[in-house]
Design a protein. Structure first.
Lengths: 132, 346
């Protein structure tokens, strides 16, 4: 069996700054993973649906607008509703340190803030895939 | 009047939880696909893509070549607007109440094996519509514009009663024509500005469109493109074989109605259900012959030399040549035929 790691990179909400999301998508592609990029301004429901249809192992969300405390947990909730509670969630963007524990509680395995080297994200994924 | 006691129906199986996906058997997966259970359906697509041990049992159960499912292939060069056009076609079929399946193929990196699958970006407006199932596939090194398992993914979406299924190829060059044998109708999407009229005279991709779509019709150069495409089609001897040429702009939606009408006309006038069943069966059997044939040849070489690497070593040491190994394989087939003939005579 030739299994590829599949990851959805999505941008929920109204923030249109996708440089970071594209940078990570590209880095994961170069690490040999299949990355589904859904583009900007997605509803949490659209992201959760896409994750189910694409049968991804991971969903990575990027947000720079400050609405992460609302939108990230909403994606987690909808994913679980659709039978995807085993999909590993991670996030990134401009996220204050004090918000991270709350997001982790909502089901996010890791939050990557500005300045994180792409290799750190790749390492995280390669480590987490072992648990699946 | 007394009412007879009827035992309660057994509770419907809880679907969608990841735990039972792990312990599922082939017929559970078959049932999930037929019920259009999203999680089960998408997992089966992955199993097929990854060559999971249960995959061929599931495909065997789902195989139904006479099933009515219109397959529309969408092909053309990179950036021609295939995804945007697919998006328009989804909207159009949804308005008619169809459940639409989409398979969108993008290339894998020849270096890392990874892929960036970005076709969904143009189909965002359908992401929350339960009547639309979109699946992105990386070609994983397969040549021809599709992935090696696109044909199986198509069978699965058809079994989940999506109709039509739109298959968007990777951006193609001049000779990636596999879609023509997979789809009932192939749309060749061309855009202005990609070359002179000699390009439209070349063999290969220009020959496979059942409908030729001239996209980005609002751009300069569209007249020139239409002229050269028509000049090239003028040389087709039988006018009945001449594909319609449709100008449109997937961006603005202009010309999309003409396109769906042309698709409707083609599928109404075209080959019957039997012919489509025949074509689909031939395609699947031929690709299985190709795959298994390769496996068989490899196994025979490994039986003789231990491994492919050792075979290469003995070639480099001058003990044999690739052609001699080829003869060995033919010899094996001839022996087998002779043995079978003898058995028949006995």
């Amino acid at each position: 069996m030739d299994r590829k790691i599949r990851i959805l990179i999505g941008k929920p909400g109204l923030d249109g700054h996708d440089r970071g999301a594209k940078y990570i998508a590209r880095a994961l592609r170069d690490a040999g993973m299949e990355v589904i990029y859904t583009g900007i301004r997605q509803t949490p429901d659209a992201i959760a649906n896409a994750a189910i249809q694409e049968d991804v192992d991971f969903v990575g969300l990027s947000l720079l607008s400050g609405a992460h405390n609302h939108l990230f947990p909403e994606v987690a909730r909808l994913l679980a509703d659709k039978g995807g509670s085993d999909i590993i969630l991670f996030g990134g963007g401009v996220i204050p340190e004090e918000d991270i524990p709350g997001l982790k509680e909502a089901g996010f395995k890791a939050i990557f803030t500005p300045g994180t080297p792409a290799t750190e994200v790749v390492d995280f994924i390669e480590q987490e895939i072992q648990t699946r | 009047m007394s009412r007879k006691y009827r035992p309660a129906e057994p509770p419907a199986e809880v679907v969608g939880s990841e735990l039972d996906l792990q312990s599922c058997k082939a017929d559970d997966f078959v049932r999930r696909v037929r019920n259009n259970d999203q999680r089960g359906l998408s997992r089966v697509l992955s199993m097929v893509e990854n060559g999971h041990p249960l995959a061929s049992t599931i495909l065997h159960s789902l195989f139904a070549p006479e099933r009515l499912c219109l397959t529309i292939g969408i092909t053309g060069p990179p950036g021609a607007g295939k995804s945007t056009l697919t998006n328009r076609l989804i909207a159009s079929y949804r308005r008619h109440g169809n459940k639409v399946g989409v398979i969108a193929v993008d290339p894998s990196s020849p270096f890392s094996g990874g892929a960036l699958l970005g076709d969904r970006v143009r189909m965002q407006e359908h992401a929350s519509d339960p009547g639309v199932f979109i699946r992105s596939m990386a070609n994983r090194g397969h040549l021809g514009g599709l992935s090696g398992t696109t044909r199986d993914a198509l069978e699965i979406l058809a079994a989940a009663s999506y109709n039509p299924v739109l298959v968007e190829t990777m951006g193609v060059g001049q000779a990636e024509v596999e879609i023509a044998s997979l789809a009932d109708i192939t749309l060749l999407v061309l855009v202005p500005g990609l070359g002179d009229d000699v390009q439209t005279m070349k063999a290969g991709i220009m020959e496979i469109g059942n409908i030729i779509v001239l996209n980005k019709a609002d751009r300069p150069g569209i007249e020139q493109l239409e002229l050269s495409v028509n000049a090239s089609l003028d040389l087709i001897p039988d006018p009945a074989d001449r594909p319609p040429v449709i100008r449109c702009s997937a961006q603005t939606g202009e010309g999309i109605e003409e396109l769906t009408d042309a698709i409707g006309n083609y599928s109404a006038s075209g080959t019957g259900r039997k012919a489509i069943a025949l074509g689909r069966t031939m395609l699947i059997l031929n690709s299985i012959i190709r795959e298994k044939g390769r496996e068989l040849a490899r196994t025979l070489i490994m039986d003789r030399y231990g491994s492919i690497e050792e075979a290469i070593e003995s070639i480099l040491e001058g003990e044999t040549t690739p052609y001699r190994i080829g003869e060995m394989l033919s010899g094996y087939l001839n022996n087998k035929r002779e043995n079978e003939n003898e058995c028949k005579r006995d």
